[in-house]
Ligand binder design. Structure first.
Ligand code: CA
Length: 467
């Protein structure tokens, strides 16, 4: 799982390379450019095809999970502009695919993969060039965070999640004793990543990672994934025909990338195999092990919905500005209904994904842990909230500003350019609303005397245009 995160900002160290942490934000849930399962899954099939607008950047129009009636490669240059993504470079790399795969044998051998396994599992691999379109997809339209949450935290998914919790109660009980990780969070990740194993993607992990290791702009990264996938098959952890998943190679109910599988998967039922695809005990414990190693604090929650007082200084709504819950309370930030904060000395930061007109959230250490799983705020909020709902919690008490229109990619670029022209934005305009853009917007908002909440609304764009 970690890798998706790794790649861009979606959930480790590699992340930084591709994704800016927190790149997926309130207005317009835009994942960054890594292969991240959640976006694959969320926006596959029906959602993408019925929605009026296309969603996350890295969640291109993939066929519904289960049907790999895959679209053919567009044959076009990739939108990234990377020289390895031109149509000519892709064709050339594809022509060399058999040689490229064969050349990875020495590395596979060093990892303990036998010659027999190597030949068996690389026989018949063919480059899936559709992955190039998916890797470089830059949809013009993205989803508002409230739409994203509506899709992910649906009544149907909650009902199914409760069935899963009941069905695998002994396994969840044993996991909590062994790892101290909240069962509802594990069940939430399982439900949101793959809708309990039903929407995790249907592409061969070995074929996808081999393609990405030999063609396109992330070859070194995916070579490691491909070799790790071969190791999994050679050791017999997962049945070969069941090692299927997202276009980027994430598999199993909680969408492990092959390298994150290597790092975190455990054989919880002691049958000799770490089977995160077909064995719920292994899946539940492996996911918990991942969270624990990423810093999960036992007995703590992820965060709280909060009411932010009128006139609040939103400059404080910043991941870098942690304060204790007691300090936040002193500033007038409170839970709906005035419920107390347990553990008032725990530190949290304030997130206001839709600005002053939407709910606020105080985010604790465990929220940061979830973001290591997938470094997108909207994702982590969905995981936390879905877990609370599985536990019997209520929907958010405050309304989202649903009347707000999500800016298109072109408009987000324009917003950044206008902020740069006025000296507020110092990043490179990329059409993704991240922390730099929000900071710039707060500066502009403060300069015109409006609430500096950093929310990129259509109204703010109009004001930047001078209307
Ligand atoms: Ca096992």
């Amino acid at each position: 799982m970690r890798v998706r995160r790794l790649i861009g900002g979606v959930a480790g160290a590699c992340l930084a390379a591709l994704v800016m942490p927190g790149a997926a934000v309130a207005q317009g849930v835009t994942a960054s450019n890594g292969p991240f399962s959640i976006f694959d899954n969320l926006f596959t099939g029906s959602i993408t095809q019925t929605a009026p607008s296309q969603p996350a950047q890295r969640a291109p129009s993939q066929p519904p999970a289960g049907s790999s009636a895959a679209l053919p490669w567009s044959g076009e240059d990739g939108a990234s502009g990377n020289p390895l993504m031109t149509a000519a470079a892709i064709r050339q790399a594809a022509a060399n695919f058999p040689n490229c795969v064969a050349a990875m044998w020495p590395d596979a051998a060093r990892r303990g993969v036998s010659r027999e396994s190597f030949e068996r599992y690389t026989a018949g691999l063919t480059p899936d060039l559709r992955l190039m379109d998916l890797m470089d997809s830059q949809p013009e339209f993205t989803k508002a965070i409230w739409d994203y949450l509506d899709i992910l935290v649906s009544d149907a998914r909650i009902a199914r999640g409760r069935e899963i919790l009941a069905q695998y109660k002994p396994q969840f009980d044993a996991m909590e004793r062994a790892y101290g990780v909240d069962r509802y969070i594990v069940a939430s990740i399982w439900g949101i990543e793959s809708n309990y194993g039903t929407q995790g993607g249907d592409r061969s992990v070995v074929n996808s990672t081999a393609t990405l290791a030999c063609v396109g702009r992330r070859q070194a990264y995916f070579k490691d994934e491909f070799l790790a996938a071969l190791e999994i098959l050679h050791r017999g952890d997962v049945r070969p025909e069941h090692l299927r998943g997202s276009w980027a190679g994430a598999f199993g109910g909680t969408q492990f990338m092959p390298t994150s599988f290597k790092r975190y998967a455990v054989d919880f039922d002691h049958d000799g195999r770490r089977d995160v695809v077909d064995n719920p005990a292994d899946l539940i414990a492996s996911t918990a092990n991942n969270l624990k190693k990423d810093g999960w604090q036992s007995g703590r929650t992820w965060g709280y919905e909060v009411v932010v007082p009128k006139g609040f200084n939103y400059m404080l709504a910043d991941r870098a500005k942690s304060m204790t819950l007691a300090q936040w309370q002193h500033l007038g930030v409170a839970r709906p209904g005035g419920k107390p904060f347990p553990h008032a000395s725990d530190k949290a930061y304030l997130l206001a994904p839709a600005g002053a007109e939407g709910p606020g959230f105080l985010m604790l250490q465990n929220f940061r842990t979830i973001m290591k799983y997938n470094p997108a705020e909207a994702y982590a909020l969905a995981i936390g909230h879905f877990a609370d709902r599985l536990r019997g919690g209520q929907p958010f008490a405050q309304a989202w500003p649903r009347q707000e229109r999500v800016l298109s990619r072109a408009e987000r670029l324009e917003l950044q350019q206008l902020l740069a022209r006025r000296g507020f934005y110092r990043g490179t305009p990329d059409g993704q609303i991240g922390s730099l853009t929000r900071e710039a917007l707060r500066g502009f908002q403060a300069s015109i005397g409006t609430a500096a909440d950093g929310f990129a609304s259509a109204d703010m764009l109009d004001r930047l245009r001078g209307r």
